[in-house]
Design a protein around this ligand. Structure first.
Ligand code: ATP
Length: 285
């Protein structure tokens, strides 16, 4: 899928001027046992610009996944509204404006790795040759060329997650929604995929909303890091990472003083100060 353009856009189609994601006054209350409800999100306002990389970080249970699911139209807010490229989340989902890679890889067990990656392309009428070519590129990108004809249950959890990432990226979506996609990977693979992700995003101009528990990961990847507070989830602060466009970043950045300074800024925003006590569910290494 290409970046949205205003020229010749069909009515209701995404426009170049609209933010990738606009969250306005969103709340989500889940009904709980014995009539006790759970307020997962409260008064959340967030704008993600076209092409911007934004991470969500915060203590376990603060509503990061809930917010991502609302943007993906996998759930509905109790209050407020969500627009994706200027149109309601439902329309954006039906218009395939975004790719998703969530914690559970969500692969179809009866399809091979290659067929899983090709699935969104075939659903959108991409021809066989072009599908194959793109799947080959994606397989190489995630280091699974030799596993193209395997089935998901023949792969490790980390490998399955890499297939899910390849599938989400196959269409070069204008928006990627990612919920801890690298959480199950070993550190070396994780860093390699982080670098690949920033490169791909620069290449495709995709905006990304990325949920993670890792402060360094959030800093390496993001233009801005959104820090959420413990339940009910609210935005406690937003750190402008200030390390240049995320697409121009490479591994040398991980040794850079500006990078360490940004990691410290996010850590302090998470703890509401420099007391250095990690919140539950947040990795500081
Ligand atoms: N379908 C649901 N029904 C009831 N409660 C829910 C549901 N989904 C989420 N919650 C509750 O909403 C709160 C936020 O959950 P969510 O999964 O969004 O948090 P999170 O920040 O992504 O957590 P983690 O970092 O542990 O993955 C939690 O208290 C959770 O129990």
């Amino acid at each position: 899928m290409t970046a949205p353009t205003a020229a010749g856009a069909a009515p209701g189609a995404p426009t170049a001027t609209a933010a990738a994601v606009q969250v306005t006054g969103v709340g989500r209350v889940f009904p709980g046992e014995g009539g006790r409800s759970v307020t997962a999100l409260e008064h959340v306002d967030l704008t993600v610009g076209a092409g911007e990389f934004v991470s969500l970080i915060g203590p376990s249970g603060c509503g990061k996944s809930t917010l991502l699911r609302l943007v993906a139209d996998l759930d509905e807010p109790t209050s407020g509204s969500i627009a994706v490229f200027g149109r309601p989340a439902r329309e954006a989902r039906l218009g395939h404006d975004y790719g998703i890679a969530f914690q559970q890889a969500g692969l179809l067990p009866w399809r091979t790795v290659r067929a899983n990656i090709e699935l969104p392309l075939s659903l959108h009428g991409v021809g066989r040759g072009a599908r194959r070519e793109r799947a080959d590129e994606m397989l190489a990108l995630v280091g699974l060329t030799d596993f193209a004809d395997h089935f998901p249950d023949q792969l490790s959890g980390g490998m399955q997650q890499r297939v899910a990432i390849a599938r989400a990226l196959a269409e070069r979506p204008s928006l990627l929604l990612m919920d801890e996609p690298f959480g199950a990977l070993d550190e070396m693979t994780r860093e390699r995929l982080q670098s690949e992700l920033v490169r791909i995003c620069a290449e495709t101009q995709a905006a990304v909303v990325f949920v993670t528990h890792s402060i360094p990961e959030a800093v390496f990847l993001s233009d801005r890091v959104v820090v959420m507070s413990a339940r009910p989830g609210r935005i406690a602060g937003i750190v402008d990472v200030g390390l240049g466009r995320s697409g121009s970043r490479d591994d040398a950045l991980r040794e850079d003083e500006a990078y360490f300074a940004a990691v410290t800024a996010v850590r302090e925003a998470l703890h509401g100060g420099a007391d250095g006590v990690p919140s539950r569910g947040v990795e500081t290494r």
